[in-house]
Design a protein around this ligand. Sequence first.
Ligand code: URA
Length: 172
Amino acid sequence: MIPKKCALCGKTKYRHVPGVGNPKAKLMLIGEAPGPQEDKLGKPFVGPAGQFLNKQLAAVGIDRKDVWITNVVKHRCIGPPDDKIIGKSLPLLKKEIKSIKPNLIVLLGDTAVKAVVDKNYSVSKDHGKIIKSGKFSYFVVHHPSAARRFKRIRKIFLSDFNKLATLSRALG
Ligand code: URA
């Protein structure tokens, strides 16, 4: 795919990076926005954060091939995506959620939890918890980039991922 101007914000020349995985997944993971590697390859979570995520999924017995992985914003952003871009991205994400119909949605980081559930939630306060909102259930964890970089966050992330493994086994 040739990188072109973003259809949502008109600002960037970064490419659209759609969600990938098993369209019948019971587990869906939502991150923030693609980074440089994701922009290059056109797939979410293929850079350093993605490699870390793959390792942690495998460590708790979740096969990446069985889940659906996507982002709130579908193109690379320089810095955290702003409210305007998030607002324009949400209809597409909501369509994606309705089409996959996962039993559990894992929100990776603050941008995802605030965008998808509510601004009153945060990763620091709500990680490791299940939130029921509308028709779906959400499980909040720190963003893999933060867990990869900071030891303190990595410990929390690993413990939340163990909880996730138990929840995911219960999904069948
Ligand atoms: N960080 C994200 O939030 N998403 C990606 O796809 C890669 C890094």
